[in-house]
Design a protein. Sequence first.
Length: 392
Amino acid sequence: MLANVNFVTTLQCTLCGKEAAADRLQTVCPACQGSLFVRYDLKAAAKAVNPKVLSARTQADRSMWKYREVMPAETPVTLGEGQTPLLPARRLGAAMGAEKLYVKDEGLNPTGSFKARGLGCAVTMLKQFGVKKVAIPTAGNAGSALAAYAAEAGIEAHIFAPADVPKGNLAEYNFYGAKVTLVDGLISDCAKLVQQGREREGWYDVSTMKEPYRVEGKKTMGYEVVEQLGWKVPDVIFYPTGGGVGLIGMWKAFDEMQEMGWIGAERPRMVAVQAAGCPPVVEAFNAHAERMVACTNATTMAAGLRVPKPYADKIILDILRSSRGTALAVSDAAIKAAVRELASSEGIFAAPEGAATVVAARQLYQSGWMRPDETVVLYNTGGGLKYLDVLQ
Ligand SMILES: Cc1ncc(COP(=O)(O)O)c(C=O)c1O
Ligand SMILES: [Zn+2]
């Protein structure tokens, strides 16, 4: 049984709405294979905690588990993930004609990326449910985060990554003691190998959106940004989208905050930023489609954006549309220039995925889609140091 200071009630399918028990380990919806969301008794949570209590916690709880009343566990496996700074990008903003531009710098997380939030939460739950072996298909940083948290939890980690994964990630997998398989292909090929091996090997599969808990960790990016802006949602959020977990998680956080009475019905316009060499979200968004078509020959230096077809394609598209957001693809050359611009003008050495948001933001200021006085947050999802094979 789950310990009862948290307010988890059930798991619920994001596609068909059916419920699944939260007191045992689940994967996807048994009826339709949709992703499962953790549901909470938010009325009870709102009695136990509120923005004032949370703001007073800032110094004492230096991790994402500060939001524990809306998290699925009580005893976290933590390396201090979350509570990253929201940095005003003054020079960069001035260069774009923007007055309220911020960078949420996720590069400061353990293992240098926002993946620490999702995998930290997932490994917490795996440990709670007694899992001994876990496997992941990864474009790079998710494998690093899994390897670190699995090491901390004493769980065996099996990582499947493309053979050309950034060397920094590979070094992390090895030093954290994970078992690594390099695959001649993309993350989708890695996912097939995990799927084929999981029953034979007894692995729990923590693929993006195929288990309920990575979203719960990633959603803390939404709670944090609202708290950092004085319990207000920003007008626009730019998110470099691969599998889309952070986008989905933040949207879930906004819904939960509204239900607890912390914010109203207002929502940020959500902008998915992708690489021109692999833009399935952008193509489906522009085609007014409900589902995505797998992109072929995916290539980009932004390894985390090399996801040919996100599992939660429908949810991502629904969020972009209901937020009145959009989706943009940017070139690798522009991404590389933006890494330099962010570093030299703001002191932030960003991952290419994070720098891609700078390129997209500039375009949307120029086109008039964003006004200069709107509050805009760019998610720099990781640090640049792991990408020295492409950033020279
Ligand atoms: C630095 C970075 N940014 C963005 C992404 C894409 O994240 P998501 O799968 O949540 O869309 C990844 C995924 O590997 C990443 O490593
Ligand atoms: Zn279902």
